[in-house]
Design a protein around this ligand. Structure first.
Ligand SMILES: *[C@@H]1O[C@H](CO)[C@@H](O)[C@H](O)[C@H]1NC(C)=O
Ligand SMILES: *[C@@H]1O[C@H](CO)[C@@H](O)[C@H](O)[C@H]1NC(C)=O
Length: 733
C-alpha cells in the first residue's frame, strides 16, 4: 500500500471550549489566593480563642488547594478517540493476530461459577475468527465447581456461539442477554431459536447452581471427564499441584466445533500450584502464570485481561482495540488500550456513586492526553511483548502476520504436562517475573504499578470509552462494600506513592511531569481524609463557643469564599450533568465523597502509616458480607444499606450527630439573637454545618427512623450518640 493511500485506523480529537475552562480555573485560583490573604492577615492573636482551630483550617485549605491543582492536570486537555474498524478489516481480515484472553477468579463462593462462565461465554463470542481466539481461566480457588462450570459452558458454547453470530445479538453474555431481551421478538425464526437456547441455558444454570449448592459434582460427569481426577491430589485451596486442563483446543480436537461444524475458541482451565511455604502474589501471580501458559499454547501477540465479573457488552471491542494496536503510523508506541470500568446494575441515581462517571468520562480522556491512562487490571488490551518487559525503541515493530504462525505440535496431553511446569511455585525463582516481566509483585494494586512501569519503559497507553460500553461489571450493593472497596484502592495507591515507585521519583525523566502529576490524583486519594475530617468536624464544634473561623457576613472578605464555593460546585455539577448524570446522582456523589474521605481514606491512610512505621496491620474488622434477600430490594429502591456493625459506620454516625447538635444549637442562638450578631459572625460556619446535616439525612434516617434490617445497628446508635455528646461537652469548655 502506497504512503499516499494511508488511512489511519483511529483518530484523536481534542476537546473544545478550553478557553472557557481556562477562565474558570484562573478565576477560582484568584479566589483561592484571596482566601489565603484573608487567612494570613486575620490570624487570631495568641490570646484569642480559636487560634489553633484557625490554623488547622488554614492547613486544610492549603491541602485542598494543592489537591485541586493536581486534579487540574487531568482536566486541562481531554482528548477523545475514534476507531475505523472497517478500514482495519479491509487491511487485516486475512491476517488477524491471535488474541489471548486472560480471566482470573479467586473463590467460587464469592464469585459464583455461573457468573464466571457468563463472562467467559461473552468473551468467546467476540466477533472474531474463533481459531484466533483463546480464553484462559485462572482459578485461584482451585475449585472443581468452577472447572465443572467451565465444562458445562464449553458444551453450551456449541449452541451459543452460532446463535449469537447468526443473529448478531448483543450483549453476548447469556444471562445479560436473556434478562434484557423481552419476548416475543419480531423475527419468528430468531424467537424460536432464542427460546430453545434459553431453555438450554436455564438447564445449564440449574446444573451448575445445584452442584455448587450441594457441594457435589454429578457422578456421571465426574466419570466422563478425566479432568476431575486432578482433584484427588488437592488437599486445600492453599495446597495442591498445578491443575491444567485444555478443555477446547482448536485444530486438534475434533470435538472442538460447534453445532455448525465451525471451530470453537481454545478454552483452558488453570489452577496454578499452591504451597503454604510459597507466596502466591495474589492476582498478579495468577496473571503471570497465565501469561506463561498461554505463551506455550497459543502465544497470541495481543492479550486481553478481564475480571471474572465483567462481561463483554460489545462484541466489537476487540476490533476497536486492534485499531489502536495495529495502525501503521500511530501504534508503534502504544503498549495497551484501557477501557473504563463500567457497571451493569447501577440504580437510577446511583446511591453509592459506583459509576465512576467522572473518572471514565472526564479524567480518562485527560490522562490520555498526558501520556495515557493507568492500567486498572480489567478491560485492558496489551501487546504481549510489552507486558513481558520489552523497552520501547524507535525501530519498534511487530510483524503481526509472523506472530500469527507459532504452532505447537504435541498432543494435548503432552502440552498439558509441559505447561504445568510453567505454573509451578518454583518456576519464578531467580527469574525476572514479578519484577521486569509480567505483572509486578508487592503491592495491592499491582496493575497500576505495572502500568506505570510500562510507561516508564518508554511506552504510552490509550484510553477508549465508546458509547456502547465495552465491559460491564457488578457494582457493590451495600454501603460497607463500597467503603471497603475504596479503602483497598486508596490504600494500595498510597503505598505506591510512598514507595520507590512513586511516579514523581520513579518516573522522573521517563514520563512527562504532567503525567507524573496525573498519577498523583489517584495515589493521593487517601491523605484527603485529614483535611476533610477537620473541615466537617472542627468548624461546627466551634459554633457553640462563638468562635468564628470565617469572615463576617458583612465583611467583603466573604466574597472570595462564596465565589470559590459556588464556582467549584457549580462546575462540578455542570461536569456531572454534561456526562449524562442527574442532579440527584450528583448529590449522592457528593455524599459519598464525604463518606469515603472520612472513613475509607482514613483507614487506608492510618493502615499505610502504621505499616510504614513497622507496626503490623491494624486489625479493623471490615467486610461483613451481608447476605440478605431484602438487601437487593433496598438497593433497587436506593435505600442506603448500613447493616453490619463496623468502625466505619461509627465514624459516619458520630460526625453526622455532632453536626446535628451543633446545627440545632446554632439555630437556637440565631433565633434568640435579635440583633443578628451571631448570624453576621457565624453565617458561613452555620451554612457549612447545615450542609453537612443535609448531606447526612440518610444517616439520621438509618439511625432513628428506619425499622428494616438495613438500618444502623443499635450498638452504633448508642456509641455514636455518646461520643457526639461527649465531644460537645468538651467543645463547650
Ligand atoms: C446487582 O447485582 C447484585 C449481585 O448480583 C444483585 O444482588 C442485585 O439484585 C443487582 N441489582 C440490580 C439493580 O440489578
Ligand atoms: C450494553 O449493550 C446493550 C446492547 O447493545 C446496549 O443497549 C446498552 O446500552 C449497553 N450498555 C452500556 C452501559 O453501554
Amino acid at each position: 500500500m502506497g504512503k499516499d493511500e494511508y488511512l489511519p485506523l483511529f483518530e484523536t480529537r481534542v476537546a473544545r471550549g478550553r478557553i472557557v475552562y481556562l477562565v474558570y480555573a484562573v478565576s477560582v485560583m484568584i479566589g483561592i489566593c484571596a482566601v489565603f490573604v484573608y487567612r494570613a492577615t486575620h490570624l487570631p492573636a495568641a490570646t484569642q480563642a480559636g487560634r489553633w482551630a484557625w490554623m488547622g483550617l488554614f492547613m486544610a485549605e492549603v491541602w485542598f488547594t494543592l489537591y485541586w491543582l493536581i486534579t487540574q492536570s487531568v482536566r486541562w486537555t481531554p482528548i477523545y478517540r475514534y476507531t475505523f474498524k472497517d478500514r482495519h478489516s479491509q487491511r487485516y481480515e486475512k491476517v488477524l493476530p491471535k488474541v489471548d484472553i486472560l480471566v482470573c477468579t479467586a473463590d467460587h463462593t464469592v464469585e459464583p461459577p455461573i457468573m464466571v462462565v457468563n463472562t467467559i461465554l461473552s468473551l468467546m463470542a467476540y466477533d472474531y475468527p474463533t481459531h484466533n481466539l483463546s480464553v484462559y481461566l485462572s482459578d485461584d480457588g482451585g475449585s472443581e465447581f468452577t472447572f465443572y462450570a467451565l465444562l458445562e459452558a464449553s458444551h453450551f458454547s456449541k449452541y451459543w456461539l452460532p446463535f449469537s453470530k447468526k443473529f448478531k445479538i448483543e450483549p453476548r453474555s447469556p444471562s445479560a442477554y436473556f434478562s434484557k431481551v423481552c419476548q416475543p421478538l419480531d423475527d419468528p425464526v430468531m424467537a424460536q431459536e432464542s427460546s430453545s437456547i434459553k431453555t438450554l441455558y436455564e438447564d445449564m444454570k440449574k446444573r451448575i447452581d445445584d452442584a455448587t449448592k450441594l457441594g457435589q459434582i454429578p457422578e456421571q460427569v465426574r466419570k466422563e471427564h478425566k479432568g476431575f481426577q486432578e482433584w484427588d491430589w488437592v488437599s486445600s485451596k492453599y495446597d495442591h499441584p498445578t491443575i491444567l486442563q485444555v478443555i477446547l483446543i482448536d485444530g486438534r480436537d475434533p470435538k472442538a466445533v460447534d453445532i455448525e461444524q465451525e471451530a470453537l475458541p481454545t478454552l483452558v482451565y488453570l489452577a496454578r500450584e499452591k504451597r503454604p511455604q510459597y507466596h502466591h502474589n495474589f492476582k498478579a501471580g495468577a496473571l503471570n502464570a497465565l501469561l506463561r501458559v498461554s505463551s506455550r499454547i497459543s502465544n497470541g501477540p495481543v492479550i486481553l485481561n478481564v475480571d471474572c465479573d465483567m462481561y463483554s457488552n460489545n462484541s466489537e471491542s476487540l476490533r476497536d482495540a486492534l485499531c489502536f494496536l495495529m495502525d501503521e503510523e500511530q501504534s508503534r508506541r502504544i503498549a495497551f488500550v484501557q477501557f473504563p470500568q463500567n457497571f451493569d446494575n447501577l440504580t437510577k441515581n446511583d446511591v453509592y456513586s459506583s459509576s465512576l462517571r467522572i473518572i471514565s468520562e472526564v479524567e480518562l480522556p485527560g490522562l490520555d492526553a498526558n501520556g495515557g491512562p493507568l492500567y486498572i487490571g480489567t478491560g485492558c488490551f496489551h501487546k504481549r511483548v510489552v507486558l513481558c518487559g520489552r523497552k520501547y525503541s524507535k525501530d519498534e515493530k511487530i510483524d503481526w502476520s509472523l506472530e500469527n504462525h507459532t504452532k505447537v505440535e504435541e498432543s494435548t496431553h503432552v502440552l498439558e504436562e509441559t505447561c504445568k511446569i510453567l505454573a509451578s511455585c518454583t518456576y519464578e525463582e531467580n527469574t525476572e517475573w514479578g519484577k521486569e516481566m509480567g505483572l509486578m509483585y508487592g503491592c495491592p494494586v499491582e496493575d497500576v504499578m505495572t502500568g506505570l512501569a510500562i510507561q516508564c519503559r518508554g511506552w504510552r497507553s490509550v484510553g477508549f470509552n465508546p458509547v456502547r460500553k465495552g465491559f460491564l461489571g457488578l457494582a457493590p450493593t451495600t454501603l460497607l462494600q463500597t467503603l471497603v472497596q475504596h479503602q483497598r484502592w486508596s490504600e494500595g495507591d498510597l503505598q505506591i506513592f510512598l514507595s520507590k515507585y512513586c511516579p514523581l521519583i520513579y518516573g522522573r525523566g521517563k514520563i512527562p511531569l504532567k503525567h507524573q502529576i496525573s498519577y498523583c490524583c489517584y495515589l493521593l486519594w487517601a491523605p484527603n481524609c485529614l483535611a476533610t475530617l477537620y473541615y466537617v468536624v472542627v468548624p461546627s464544634l466551634c459554633i457553640h463557643r462563638g468562635i468564628s473561623l470565617f469572615p463576617k457576613l458583612s465583611s467583603p472578605w466573604v466574597l472570595p469564599f462564596v465565589y470559590v464555593i459556588l464556582a467549584k460546585y457549580g462546575y462540578s455539577l455542570g461536569e456531572f450533568l454534561c456526562c449524562g448524570g442527574t442532579f440527584q446522582e450528583w448529590w449522592n456523589d457528593q455524599r459519598m465523597w464525604v463518606f469515603k474521605r472520612t472513613t475509607s481514606y482514613l483507614f487506608a491512610f492510618t493502615n499505610t502509616i502504621l505499616k510504614l512505621l513497622g507496626f503490623a496491620k491494624a486489625g479493623f474488622a471490615l467486610t461483613a458480607k451481608v447476605a440478605d434477600e431484602d438487601v437487593s430490594l433496598r438497593y433497587e429502591q436506593e435505600i442506603m444499606e448500613f447493616g453490619a456493625p463496623s468502625p466505619m459506620l461509627n465514624i459516619l454516625a458520630t460526625i453526622s450527630l455532632a453536626n446535628l447538635f451543633s446545627f440545632v444549637g446554632a439555630l437556637k442562638m440565631v433565633i434568640m439573637d435579635s440583633q443578628f450578631i451571631v448570624l453576621d459572625l457565624l453565617a458561613l460556619q452555620i451554612l457549612l454545618c447545615g450542609l453537612v446535616v443535609l448531606i447526612n439525612l440518610p444517616v439520621y434516617e438509618g439511625l432513628f427512623f428506619r425499622k428494616d434490617k438495613g438500618r444502623m445497628p443499635t450498638s452504633i446508635v448508642y456509641k455514636s450518640v455518646i461520643i457526639a455528646v461527649v465531644a460537645h461537652i468538651l467543645a463547650l469548655h
